[in-house]
Ligand binder design. Structure first.
Ligand SMILES: Nc1ncnc2c1ncn2[C@@H]1O[C@H](COP(=O)(O)OP(=O)(O)OP(=O)(O)O)[C@@H](O)[C@H]1O
Length: 700
């Protein structure tokens, strides 16, 4: 585009975008007025009537807040089809007074070609345009003309909208995951829009967008299969509380609030399994042989042989604290394994306990009191539904009278049913998290599991009980598995739990880690699995990973110097120091004493800190502008899955990676600049003089 054509196009899009914001403002005003009217309307004065009113109020309040959250980047694209139709794509659907679409919701089928069209297969699209806004001002347009002749020699047609994508990938990290609606790639879009039934497994290397794609899929499914999913909710399971905080803002920005986020350790009502324990104990607890152990323990309780400890918590406490009782019900476990499980009563629950408690609860069943409570709740809900319909009738008639509208009686009835359904949904949805949290037998409409490779066989049993219809999305990377108790093969897992009802998809492009860092990661991956292929990096930065070997006793000091140097290099960006578990306390104390602003792995404010010091497990799923790895040799040695831990650590950075070791540098890191030779403190190696840089650079 020449300069003047570009100016003209920007002015044209500005006119359209300004009109869209005016329509948005009117929709906001309407939602506010409805809210006002509901609050001003009379109720019969009973508590129930007030609840009904609140339910409507919540619907309009949700609508208002949804209309507020789409302010930033309301419209981000446009497609012109070969048959001369034009659609603007954005975060929400907007319509004119005749209900003709002005802006298409990114999840609607009409928007799909925006993400899928390629030069090789334009699916009817002549032009795809990315529109970049700053506030409400159009600052850039970027066109892909999907004309085969012009694109024939282009070798990466799975990447679209490169200017927009590249700008978003190069931005400083904020400590929170952000949504990617404007730049979803074709292979990601196919996963996001894959159908609801059955189990979809998404395997992909680090940084390929598994998490972000899974969250966009949640938003897409709730939009497309609203009736099926709204009342049961969608459960998203993540590896730890920090990770859940890292992703929690993505869904509201996509306009979805009906999603329950949980860790495995919190899936059983009334139990929080977060205490630490030995890797041996969690391995033994995660193995499938525990099914029979728990079953025997329950039988022993029932027969009165082992006392009358018929609640799951007492049952498990007594097993762990009594070697005799454990030996009685778990003869198949070795003595060493049984010893690993032993602990005194009163010890807090660990994550691996939770699946066993759930197993026991499932066998013991609910007590009469719980069953009766559930029946009472069902009856109350039915009564509420009837009252809700009556209230809806009143609201609709008042609203029609206020607007001076006359409709046919059947139209009014239809509208009442629709409104009742919608507001009842909202009412139920507002409390899905509470209801699901209080009900062990809650069945979710869809379950999404992130870092799925980490779940043990016992944890899969627990999760499958939460979704008997097996509508699930599992995203993970077997090469990143941090425990031996995790998944070894997706087929092995799913042939057992969803035979004939599962499918796989793969993500192949790494949007996080630049090619220079991925070249190092590729060596680590080869050591874990010689035939595994690393994902191709979407970009390169020119900054080659560096390493520095220091004499024993100088790791802390060098780390402190390097933190300060890296902070200066990345400006407003974020830095992580990843350390071995065995040296976490030592290095955290040293670094914190010298640099008081550094956050620790368990700090609630971790994500907002500019620098954090973490064990590998705490860094799972997260990303930082720069990463320093301390004592990589210890990371490799201290766990049977040390190679995978190092792979995770190496692939957390979006821009820079440095390695500091007070022992020999592991062979798999020889590709870092500096190598085994000790390099003096001072300026870091100049990337442009670096001899090696493997890995592909898809954006040249
Ligand atoms: N299409 C895209 N447009 C812009 N950014 C993207 C896109 N896809 C992924 N990203 C970004 O790439 C980064 C990595 O994504 P994500 O964390 O979902 O990857 P992952 O596969 O879950 O990684 P890991 O397994 O290493 O934790 C995130 O910053 C994400 O926003």
């Amino acid at each position: 585009m020449t300069e003047s054509v570009l100016r003209h196009e920007i002015a044209h899009e500005q006119g359209y975008v300004t009109m869209l914001y005016e329509v948005l403002e009117r929709a906001r005003a309407r939602a506010a007025a409805e809210l006002q009217r509901v609050y001003a309307g009379a109720t019969t004065g009973t508590e129930q009537a007030a609840t009904e009113r609140d339910s409507f109020a919540r619907t309009y309040a949700d609508r208002s807040s949804q209309l507020m959250t789409v302010e930033r980047g309301l419209c981000f694209g446009r497609i012109d089809t070969i048959d001369k139709a034009r659609f603007y794509i954005g975060r929400i659907g907007l319509f004119d007074d005749d209900h003709d679409p002005l802006l298409i919701d990114w999840r609607a089928p009409v928007a799909q070609p925006f993400y899928r069209a390629t030069a090789a297969d334009p699916i009817g699209v002549f032009r795809r345009r990315h529109i970049r806004l700053s506030g409400r001002t159009v600052v850039a347009v970027d066109d892909d003309i999907l004309d085969l002749a012009a694109w024939d020699d282009h070798d990466h047609d799975n990447l679209i909208g490169e200017a927009a994508l590249f700008a978003s990938l190069s931005a400083d990290r904020t400590g929170r995951m952000s949504e990617i609606v404007a730049t979803i790639q074709a292979e990601q879009d196919a996963i996001i829009r894959s159908g609801l039934p059955g189990v979809l497994v998404v395997q992909g290397g680090p940084g390929t967008g598994k998490t972000v794609v899974a969250l966009h899929r949640a938003a897409y499914l709730l939009y497309t299969y609203r009736d099926q999913l709204a009342r049961r909710g969608v459960l998203v399971v993540g590896p730890n509380a920090t990770f859940l905080r890292y992703i929690e803002q993505v869904l509201p920005s996509l306009g979805e609030t009906e999603v329950v986020l949980s860790t495995i350790g919190e899936l059983l009502p009334g139990v929080v399994g977060t205490a630490a324990e030995s890797p041996e104990a969690s391995r033994v607890k995660g193995e499938l042989q525990m099914v029979e152990v728990i079953a025997r323990a329950v039988r022993a309780v029932r027969s009165g042989r082992a006392g009358r400890d018929a609640t799951p918590a007492t049952l498990l406490t007594s097993l762990w604290s009594s070697p005799e009782r454990l030996a009685d019900v778990a003869p198949e476990l070795s003595e060493t394994d049984r010893a690993a499980l032993h602990r005194p009563p009163g010890t807090p629950w660990t994550r691996a306990d939770v699946a066993l408690l759930d197993e026991a609860a499932d066998l013991l069943g609910d007590t009469d009191a719980v069953v009766q409570q559930r029946r009472r709740a069902d009856a109350e809900r039915a009564a509420k539904d009837a009252e809700h319909l009556a209230y809806t009738r009143e609201v609709v008639h008042t609203g029609l009278a206020a607007d001076g509208l006359t409709l046919e009686p059947w139209e009014v009835d239809q509208f009442i049913t629709l409104m009742a359904e919608r507001t009842r949904h909202r009412d139920a949805l507002g409390t899905i998290a509470e209801r699901a949290a209080a009900d062990r037998t809650w069945q979710f409409g869809h379950v999404i599991v992130d870092e799925a490779q980490e779940l043990s066989p016992m944890e899969w049993r627990m999760l499958m009980r939460r979704c008997r219809r097996r509508s699930m999305t599992l995203v993970g990377d077997l090469a990143q598995a941090g425990t031996d108790a995790g998944v070894r093969s997706w087929a092995e897992l799913l042939d057992q739990h969803a035979p004939g009802r599962w499918r796989t998809a793969e993500l192949t492009v790494n949007y996080r880690t630049p090619a220079e860092i991925m070249a190092v990661a590729a060596d680590v991956l080869t050591a874990i699995d010689p035939v595994a292929a690393p994902p191709a990096s979407a970009r390169s930065t020119g900054a080659v990973p560096w390493s520095r070997c220091v004499p024993a006793g100088q790791l802390g000091r060098t780390l402190i110097e390097s933190v300060a140097a890296e902070q200066a290099r990345i400006g407003d960006g974020r830095l992580a120091v990843i350390v071995p578990r065995s040296r976490y306390a030592e290095l955290t104390t040293l670094v914190s004493a010298a640099l008081p602003g550094v956050a620790h792995g368990s700090d609630p404010g971790l994500l907002d800190a500019t620098t954090a010091i973490l064990e590998v497990g705490q860094s799972k799923g997260l990303e930082f502008d720069s990463v320093l790895i301390a004592d990589p040799g210890a990371i490799l040695r201290e766990s049977p899955r040390g190679g995978s831990d190092l792979y995770v650590a190496v692939t957390r950075a979006t821009r820079r990676l440095g390695v500091i070791s007070d022992g020999p540098l592991p062979d798999v890191l020889q590709r870092t600049v500096g190598g085994v030779a000790s390099v003096p403190a001072g300026p870091l190696p100049d990337a442009s003089r670096t001899p090696h840089s493997r890995g592909s650079n898809l954006i040249s």
